[in-house]
Design a protein around this ligand. Structure first.
Ligand code: ZN
Length: 152
């Protein structure tokens, strides 16, 4: 397990579309473990594989007690809208307001290859949407209003 450098906005990989995981190999499990170490070290709430330089559809979310690993996540349903403040480990020192779905239903594989369906609301739903955007090369600043500098 290892802590990786987090890629910053301006580096090309953050703008590329990540590739689906065809098979859950030992390398994918290692990737998940490395992402968890990196996210803990950074004290963030979510991390997508492109943020550590790996162009695969893998993300992790760590909100409160929840620690969720998402492989090939897909948003199945979105209900309502809610505006909230976001930041990103790849865009240090910047916050902005982003409108996200209030409730979402997401399907993803877990590390055993089992299909999981998550129904989420609030902060958890926001983080899911933010991380899934990363897999499509989208950053929160693309959608944000009222961007402002904050101390890190
Ligand atoms: Zn981010």
């Amino acid at each position: 397990m290892a802590v990786f450098r987090i890629v910053n906005m301006g580096e090309d990989i953050l703008r590329e579309k990540a590739k689906c995981v065809a098979e859950i190999t030992p390398n994918i499990l290692k990737l998940l473990d490395n992402m968890a170490d990196t996210l803990r070290e950074a004290q963030g709430v979510g991390l997508a594989a492109p943020q550590i330089g790996v162009l695969k559809r893998v993300a992790i979310v760590h909100v409160g007690e929840d620690f969720i690993e998402l492989i090939n996540p897909e948003i199945l349903e979105v209900k309502g809208e809610v505006r909230g403040v976001e930041g990103c480990l790849s865009v240090p020192g910047v916050q902005g307001e982003v409108v996200r779905g209030r409730y979402i239903r997401v399907r993803a594989l877990d590390r055993t290859g089992a299909v999981q369906v998550y129904e989420t609301e609030g902060l958890l739903a926001r983080v899911f949407q933010h991380e899934i955007d990363h897999l499509d090369g989208v950053l929160f600043v693309d959608k944000a209003s009222r961007l402002e500098k904050v101390e890190t």
